[in-house]
Design a protein around this ligand. Structure first.
Ligand SMILES: Nc1ncnc2c1ncn2[C@@H]1O[C@H](COP(=O)(O)OP(=O)(O)O)[C@@H](O)[C@H]1O
Ligand SMILES: [Mg+2]
Length: 181
């Protein structure tokens, strides 16, 4: 079984995916590394732009019959059996990406993406089996256990668990609303 762990950058994908893979005894796959190994994607403005069709081809070819946890913010666009969308309060995304030294514009883009559920919307557009998990105020260990519990119960779809518009005021400082220049 292939499990995609997706979500906005900074949401905690890599941390949780590694723990989950370990708990399940599955292979852990970093999608960016997988892409580089197969010469997929182009470096543009310091960022790797991945070709999803090409990536899907290689996932089908090499991982189809394996048990693996695939970590990446585009993993929900791939031919996987289960998608897990990790959610985290956009304010925390803003804080984490600031710590990573992301430029203000990039931080704003990602905080906004989390606010308006971009990964979730894309995931449910493509897959039936989509589970959303809110990682806010939980340890990575707790989040991995929660995912494991849902999978063990045979729950394949669980969406609509967060609404960040309720906390919009807290997010404003991270948004690039224009007017400054
Ligand atoms: N549940 C959590 N609680 C506290 N800190 C977390 C949690 N999940 C991740 N982190 C921290 O947040 C940062 C981003 O996590 P990471 O797994 O790299 O996110 P992603 O892979 O989605 O970009 C890391 O410094 C990580 O240690
Ligand atoms: Mg990561």
């Amino acid at each position: 079984m292939l499990i995609a762990i997706t979500g906005t950058p900074g949401v905690g994908k890599s941390t949780v995916a590694k723990i989950l893979a370990e708990k399940l005894g599955y292979e852990y796959i970093d999608l960016k590394e997988f892409a580089l190994e197969h010469n997929i994607g182009e470096e543009k403005e310091g960022e790797l732009e991945l070709d999803v069709d090409e990536l899907s081809y290689w996932v089908e070819k090499e991982l189809k019959n394996k048990n693996a946890v695939i970590d990446g913010h585009l993993s929900h666009l791939l031919p996987v059996d289960q998608v897990v969308v990790i959610r985290t309060h956009p304010k925390i995304i803003g804080e984490r990406l600031s710590e990573r030294g992301y430029p203000k514009k990039k931080i704003s883009e990602n905080v906004e993406a989390e606010l308006v559920d971009v990964c979730l919307v894309e995931a449910i557009d493509k897959h039936e089996n989509v589970i959303e998990v809110d990682a806010t105020n939980k340890s990575p260990e707790e989040v991995a256990s929660e995912i494991l519990e849902l999978l063990n119960k045979g729950i394949k779809r669980k969406i609509g668990i967060v609404d960040w518009t309720e906390v919009y005021d807290e997010i404003i400082p991270y948004l690039d609303l224009g007017g400054e220049e």
